[in-house]
Write a protein that binds this ligand. Structure first.
Ligand SMILES: N[C@@H](CCC(=O)N[C@@H](CS)C(=O)NCC(=O)O)C(=O)O
Length: 251
């Protein structure tokens, strides 16, 4: 089957020069990503650049752990500004962690990295077009309404970011409003998009994990608390302390 496919590609390449973009058909998003095995047989090919206290770094590490993919880890010393140095900026133009290396490719933005991994590994992705769309909706919403608020409040509580009480109250009330939405929606299904966990759940867990550190008490949101327990029972689940070392760790 694979041989036959190769032959077809060769023939097509000879008959139709690739310089004719109009001759090319758009590729469906779901077909663009090949399963990991056909891209590389190397199960240990990923390298995560991150910082142990970083929520978004944890989210990517968690995805790899749930997919049972070991990864090398490079500690980026945020305290010394390593994320703004030229040698790091070529990997992540935003000067932030995390950054994931897959072969020659460097990927940024944790939610986008989750989408990439779901596509590559065929795990925790939306299985239908509708489910894929729901997953993306949740992830965009999460960063708009909950993630930024939780992470800013957590940074303030740790003394890593300064802002006045008025701003704190704003983030706090926005986060509580988002938690109420989440709690309500989790009353409809076991996982965010239905009967099985997806990257929307992983992305959301990576924020909820730090809610208490941000001063948000989850006991007022019983469905979130139940979902959190379910999530922590997933095979491959691990805590930030288990996944993110304080130093680099190469496989
Ligand atoms: N939206 C980004 C957020 C990344 C982010 O905020 N990273 C923080 C650490 S948690 C960082 O690198 N801060 C250092 C800086 O911005 O200079 C993502 O999800 O990857």
């Amino acid at each position: 089957m694979a041989k036959a496919a190769k032959k077809v590609v060769k023939k097509t390449a000879i008959r139709k020069p690739v310089s004719k973009p109009s001759a090319r058909r758009p590729v469906k998003a779901s077909h663009r990503m090949k399963p990991a095995a056909s891209v590389s047989g190397n199960k240990e090919r990923f390298t995560l650049h991150g910082f142990a206290l970083s929520g978004p770094t944890y989210t990517v590490a968690l995805m790899l752990s749930l997919c049972r993919h070991p990864f090398s880890y490079i500690h980026v010393n945020l305290r010394e500004g390593a994320q703004k140095q030229p040698d790091y900026l070529v990997k992540n133009r935003y000067g932030q962690v995390p950054c994931l290396r897959d072969g020659q490719i460097f990927l940024s933005q944790s939610a986008a990295i989750l989408e990439y991994l779901a596509g590559k590994l065929g795990r925790f992705d939306g299985k239908t077009e509708f489910e894929q769309q729901r997953v993306r909706e949740w992830m965009f919403w999460l960063w708009d309404k909950l993630a930024t608020q939780v992470f800013r409040l957590r940074q303030r509580a740790r003394g890593l970011r300064q802002f006045g009480d008025e701003v704190k109250v704003m983030y706090d009330s926005e986060a509580r409003a988002a938690l109420a939405v989440l709690d309500h929606e989790l009353g409809k299904s076991e996982w965010l998009t239905g009967r099985r966990p997806t990257i929307a759940d992983i992305d959301t867990y990576g924020v909820i994990r730090f809610a208490a550190e941000a001063g948000l008490d989850l006991s007022a949101y019983p469905r979130i608390a139940e979902w959190k327990k379910r999530f922590e029972a997933l095979p491959g689940f691990a805590t930030p302390e288990q996944l993110l070392p304080l130093e680099s760790r190469l496989l």
